[in-house]
Design a protein around this ligand. Structure first.
Ligand SMILES: NC(=O)c1ccc[n+]([C@@H]2O[C@H](COP(=O)([O-])OP(=O)(O)OC[C@H]3O[C@@H](n4cnc5c(N)ncnc54)[C@H](OP(=O)(O)O)[C@@H]3O)[C@@H](O)[C@H]2O)c1
Length: 289
């Protein structure tokens, strides 16, 4: 719970972020909550941002609002259609991006659902939370990799990044954290235990956003009671993506509120389990590359 609420000052905010002119960013799930706040800050500081989202009209409204709020910005905002719960569409989204851009400085894997009703599935039949939050980003990263690598080759070391937004709920994960005999979730997990994943890089804290739309009422109420402003989650993402001196290779750690490196639960960083989980994902996405 200590990581959930923090009154410390975030290291990077809209007040001290430097000029982002010339940088290209992509934020998944940019139409609400933390992702929307993150895009606002990037655009305010002249970043070129792709709002990778599934709802075009919602994204266009967000873009219009931001352009109105920051008329001085020299940045750019672009909608990029992305439906993470349908693996067959992701290649097309990446092709669309690559037809416009050859560089990508930071990709934030922010989009997600939490505690969807039991039985919710992706187009390919995966459990919805696993499919959206974990599996969907795999082809995205894989197909964007050449642009990321090309950008990294001409950028300062460790500044081109892929950020994974996870959750403090991983602390409730079973041991071992991934149950390979139950990847289709035929045995239902308790809330918090369905955050399958071997690589988590940040905990955005807790905030009342649209994420609670599928949660049981009591969980939603609890989040409203203890949650912070979604801006705090955006600041943590800002730190993970853009803090210049962040040591991205420090083992067994992630970024927690308000934007500091901290050790995670040791077994969640188990290299063998992580490798096996990575391979499982690679296997699932192979037909869609
Ligand atoms: N808020 C919290 O307390 C909290 C706690 C722990 C972790 N997190 C994590 O933080 C991240 C951001 O959450 P949030 O609180 O900002 O929630 P949010 O307001 O619900 O935003 C989630 C975004 O993900 C998008 N999304 C959902 N399914 C998608 C799909 N299949 N394809 C593409 N986009 C999809 C949503 O798009 P639509 O608008 O079209 O639905 C929305 O823009 C998530 O990964 C979440 O798991 C949040």
């Amino acid at each position: 719970m200590g990581a959930l609420i923090s009154s410390q000052t975030p290291p990077l905010t809209e007040r001290n972020l430097g000029d982002q002119t010339g940088k290209v960013f992509a934020v998944t799930g940019a139409t609400s909550g933390n992702g929307l706040r993150l895009v606002r800050i990037l655009y305010q500081h002249n970043g070129k941002v792709y709002l990778a989202a599934r709802n075009a009209s919602k994204a266009q409204q967000v873009i219009e609002d931001m352009k109105r709020d920051f008329p001085e910005s020299r940045g750019q905002l672009h909608f990029l259609h992305l439906e993470l719960s349908d693996l067959s569409t992701i290649k097309g989204s990446v092709e669309e991006f690559l037809s416009k851009e050859s560089q990508l400085h930071v990709l934030w894997n922010n989009a997600g659902v939490m505690v969807p009703p039991q039985g919710s599935k992706t187009q390919q039949g995966y459990e919805l939370q696993l499919g959206t939050n974990n599996l969907g980003p795999f082809p995205l990263i894989r197909l964007l990799y050449p642009a990321l690598a090309k950008t990294a080759a001409v950028s300062p070391a460790n500044t081109v990044r892929v950020v994974w937004v996870s959750s403090s709920a991983v602390s409730l994960a079973p041991k071992p954290a991934v149950d390979f005999s139950n990847m289709d979730y035929h045995v239902m997990k308790e809330p918090g235990q369905n955050t399958q994943g071997a690589k988590q890089s940040l905990d955005p804290g807790v905030a009342a956003t649209e994420l609670q739309r599928t949660m049981p009422w009591w969980m939603s109420m609890l989040v409203k009671l203890v949650g912070q402003k979604p801006e705090i989650g955006a600041y943590i993402q800002l730190c993970a993506g853009l803090q210049f001196d962040l040591d991205c290779h420090k083992p067994d750690t992630w970024i927690v509120p308000p934007g500091k490196r901290a050790p995670g639960r040791k077994d969640l960083f188990d290299a063998a389990l992580g490798h096996k989980y990575w391979e499982w994902n690679e296997e699932q996405i192979r037909p869609y590359l």
